[in-house]
Design a protein around this ligand. Structure first.
Ligand SMILES: Nc1ncnc2c1ncn2[C@@H]1O[C@H](COP(=O)(O)OP(=O)(O)O)[C@@H](O)[C@H]1O
Ligand SMILES: [Mg+2]
Length: 416
């Protein structure tokens, strides 16, 4: 499950630490807060991040609250508006009068300060988890990340996306988030007419329909949103826009696959925040493993939930002194979720602009492993539907396929 976005409009900045404190002891995906105190910023932040919850301090003038609520609902019609009631002090009757007025303005729920983790956890359960059961859930977002280039992020993203699309045509989008140097179009032998730059230029009118128009359709049934055509165009695009683009993609498609650039910057953070599963791609050469070990540590240090990462060892070979999977696991101090062997056919198909998964791949070991990854993504998607019906946010369960998924039985026995 990706982290819920919450926009908070307040003048008292102590609310920020109260909310962050209240979150610490809540299980499940921790919300991402965006704190604002100027109307214009609040509206543009809400428009960018499409929060599930908008919180507003009720000690503001009610007229101000009215304007805020009206504007917020205009830019994100599905949001739940929650009033933050002041510390004690007001008499019960004053407080209920205030709540009644706030309800009339469109405030749907309340929390009282100081905000306790129990109250806040209950609020999330009421407003996020229960609501998710009612509406059709957004698509699953799966990213391929690494701090190393050349490990196969793009190859894996393209092949996984193509295989998913062959199973579920027109429901899968591949977003080439490798903004500085996109290659997905070349992998698919597509000459894109439009790219992420067009989405950026039309950001004020971007909706699912326009979004689809900006994609190219591949013969597998996959839709592709290509990277900007050059690094100068890419430099303009900010992380808030990427978040918005990904949220829109999830509303438009069942599966959103994102290829990324080997950096740890704000764009990657935005992608990770919204990823239901992030495949951390490495090969099994010692220099890459050293570097990827640091990357995993970094993910842990920034609090990225470990149950959403999947370690993918690609280009796996034990030739030339490269370590076997058991040593890789020891070295990274965690289990390997997936492995794809080094296989010349992978490169060959990329050179032909015809991804491996488009060919007759029944006997190919690399293709079988990619198929296994796609199975796990489908399992994750199905599990989340079942889990959403069964358990509220705040329980320790999560949307990760590893709960019930088998690591491919062939893992460890393959050699490139
Ligand atoms: N499993 C594999 N077997 C053989 N070659 C591979 C495999 N995966 C990727 N490659 C090749 O490795 C190179 C780098 O892959 P790429 O997907 O561009 O990496 P990244 O996106 O991480 O920079 C490409 O030439 C690609 O064809
Ligand atoms: Mg790449």
């Amino acid at each position: 499950m990706s982290r819920p976005q919450i926009v908070v409009h307040r003048s008292d900045t102590e609310i920020d630490s109260e909310l962050e404190q209240a979150c610490r002891s809540i299980g499940g995906a921790a919300p991402v807060f965006h704190f604002c105190d100027v109307l214009r910023d609040t509206i543009s932040t809400a428009s960018d991040f499409q929060p599930v919850v908008f919180m507003v301090e009720l000690s503001l003038e009610l007229d101000q609250v009215r304007v805020l609520v009206d504007e917020i609902i205009a830019v994100c019609p599905d949001v739940t508006v929650v009033g933050i009631c002041a510390f004690g002090g007001a008499s019960n009757s004053d407080e209920s009068a205030l709540m009644m007025s706030a309800l009339r303005l469109g405030v749907e729920d309340f929390v009282r300060r100081p905000i306790s983790s129990i109250d806040f956890g209950n609020l999330l359960t009421r407003r996020i988890s229960n609501r998710r059961n009612k509406k059709s859930s957004p698509g699953k977002l799966v990213s391929f990340v690494s701090n190393k280039g050349g490990v196969g992020k793009s190859t894996c993203a393209v092949n996984v996306a193509v295989e998913l699309a062959q199973r579920d045509p027109e429901r899968v989008i591949l977003i080439d988030g490798s903004l500085q140097m996109g290659v997905c179009a070349a992998h698919l032998d597509i000459e894109p007419q439009t790219t992420i730059t067009d989405a950026w230029n039309q950001k004020d009118r971007l909706d699912p329909q326009l979004f689809k128009q900006l994609t190219a359709v591949h013969e597998s049934g996959l839709h592709l949103l290509s990277a900007p055509s050059n690094a100068i165009e890419a430099a303009e695009i900010d992380d808030a826009f990427i978040s918005r683009l990904l949220l829109l993609a999830r509303r438009t498609y069942d599966f959103v696959i994102v290829d990324t650039f080997p950096l740890f910057d704000r764009t990657i953070m935005a992608v990770l925040d919204l990823s239901d599963a992030a495949f951390v791609v490495t090969d099994n050469s010692i220099p890459t493993l050293k570097s990827v070990r640091g990357f995993l540590q970094l993910l842990s240090d920034v609090g990225y939930p470990e149950d959403r990462w999947r370690v993918l060892v690609n280009r796996y070979t034990t030739k030339s002194g490269s370590p076997p999977l058991s040593d890789v696991e020891n070295y990274l101090a965690r289990s390997i979720d997936h492995m794809i062997p080094l296989d010349g056919k992978v490169t060959q198909s990329a050179n032909l602009g015809k991804p491996l998964m488009m060919s007759n791949t029944r006997w190919n070991k690399a293709a079988r492993q990619i198929s296994g990854i796609v199975d796990s993504i489908e399992v994750m998607s199905n599990q989340e539907v079942v889990r959403d019906e069964a358990s509220p946010i705040g329980s320790t369960s999560n949307g990760n396929a590893r709960d019930g998924e088998q690591v491919p039985s062939s893992i460890g026995s393959e050699e490139g």
